[in-house]
Design a protein around this ligand. Sequence first.
Ligand code: NAD
Length: 487
Amino acid sequence: MTFHAKFSGYADPALHAAGLYIGGKWQSGSGITVLDPSTGNLLAEVADAAIEDAQRAVDAADAAAARWRATPARQRSEILRRWYQLLTQHAEELATLIALENGKALADARGEVAYAAEFFRWYAEEATRISGEFRHTPSGSHNILVDHEPIGIAILITPWNFPAAMAARKIGPALAAGCTVILKPASETPLTAYAMARLGEEAGVPPGVVNVLTTSNPGGITNAMLADPRVRKLSFTGSTGVGRLLLAEAAKSVVSCSMELGGNAPFIVFDDADLEAALDGAMIAKMRNAGEACTAANRFYVQAGIHDAFVAGLTARMKSLKIGPGYDPETQCGPMITQNAVRKIDRLVSEALAAGARATTGGKPLTENGYFYPPTVLENVPVNASIAREEIFGPVAPVYKFESDDEAIRLANNTEYGLAAYIYSRDLKRAMKVGKRIETGMLGINRGLMSDPAAPFGGVKQSGLGREGGVTGILEFMEPKYYAVDY
Ligand code: NAD
């Protein structure tokens, strides 16, 4: 791994890991350039894994598997706990690293590191609580004993938008369950993944238990690993499009899949909502990570009586945000990840404007260096515009007016996605009744933020399969084994 001068001076050199991490060994290399999205300049260059590297990673994960699954839960737990402590200890350097390669504002990056670390703490605790079951058959013929066993080698594929948290949300439960893993981080943000692996090594994770591969050929490498009969799990977080491809590939060798895919979250504000609270929640739900979050509010449905005040309040708040590089401590809205991301947002906004929407602030990309799009509020957006169907993944808040509860529910459910939704109302009974009819895996009621390591995170419909976090997250990495016992 080579570093751009600006980057090398950023933090603790202990976090400067050197390329692919396979079987506890660092293998330097080049081929993947990491850019600073606030300038487009080169930040670092990291190794580009080939198919043979992936095969070696599976060999390493396999060689470590028997010993790791036999390691007492308390010991696995203590390693995870040390990893949590090290992440916490290095929080500031990691946050800077995330802000550099991902572009998010430092405050968001600090929040992400804390969130990521909590997955190690939570699963350090859960590792010691893996339970089984004992039942009698209804006929009385025998006894049913159910054990949970580690599922086997797991491939973990993560996106660029939460480079630390998405890795932690998979590694934590996988290791707690007794699995060995191969992490393939997004090539836009590999540095955070390598830094985390470096801390895992320091925490005492044995060689081969966690392996990390960056590659410019994710399809080729993943398909090769999925075809290896020793690989039994694929845990993917990313777009629904890539998720569909991987599900088809995993079907060939019937590999168990957990899928955390795209979202199109509705944010419903009823007339009886506390306006200030709804605006606070809207800013969090929309602007965390500058809108680059799968749970980001993508469609604001606001009831007619509160609509104009909500649009005015949201516009004032969005207009006041300071735009800049993520690592500048003053920044509240950083750049998008790539120029392509800016182009996509621009297309969605331009189409909405052409169809009759009005921008009350923002509305076109910034032309300076870097991949910036300004905080934008759109009103009078047609409900069938492409911006209502596609993930915006940027700082754009389209607002739609509605009249009745039934209309809000119909509009909210009019999507192939079902990851997150938000409702603001002072009437909790109404919010719960409406919430019951919303097709979603997660629902924030009078809250703009729902993510928590102790809660089951995941979606319905084409937003995914399975849940991460919470008490059930560990089961994604385990198989029940049934013993029919007579005695
Ligand atoms: P992406 O699907 O383009 O990439 C995700 C990961 O998959 C990356 O590591 C990428 O290199 C890899 N990948 C791409 N093609 C592949 C292939 N053919 N085989 C194997 N791996 C492949 O997504 P992205 O742009 O990195 O992330 C944004 C998307 O992720 C959004 O849709 C967002 O909603 C979603 N996301 C979902 C959650 C969730 O928990 N549901 C969380 C964060 C992000």
